[in-house]
Design a protein around this ligand. Sequence first.
Ligand SMILES: [Zn+2]
Length: 175
Amino acid sequence: MKTHTAEHTGPRRWNENLSMHMNEDSWEKTFTSLKNLCKETKLREFQFNLIHRIIVTKNKKELCRFGIKPEDDCLYCGEKDSVYHSFKDCRFVIYSDIEVIKWFNARKNSKFNPSIQEKLFGLDKNPHNKELVKKFNYTMLFMRYYIYGCKLHDKPIILGDFVNKLLLKYKIKKL
Ligand SMILES: [Zn+2]
């Protein structure tokens, strides 16, 4: 049964925004690999909602959706906030991504250099690097989740703090 397809608004809008051409099957694959990637309900829900662009943010005491109240400014850079801004356009997010990828590559002696699309929705595995790609995809997902949590609670993004949390996750999940 195909329940989450490219026909849905979220995936279609991501396709438009990123000028990518992920078809129904590719999106289906993204959802399947998400299920294999982690068993943590909150992380899976978070990614599912991100794909469907229904991420909710808290602004003071009020709940609003990214992109629905365009007058909301980004906590980090002061530019107009939206789901795209929060997860791909904000310069603080871009910088954090670069640093985390550098950290990961140095640690694993790897050379990952993902596109925006791959950062958001995961790299494809091949039989030779299955475990490493899984770990990388988990790292990027956890990074987005961390940034989302910081923003929700008006906290700064601290890469050292993120790495500590991530290392704990690696240990628990035996990644
Ligand atoms: Zn920003």
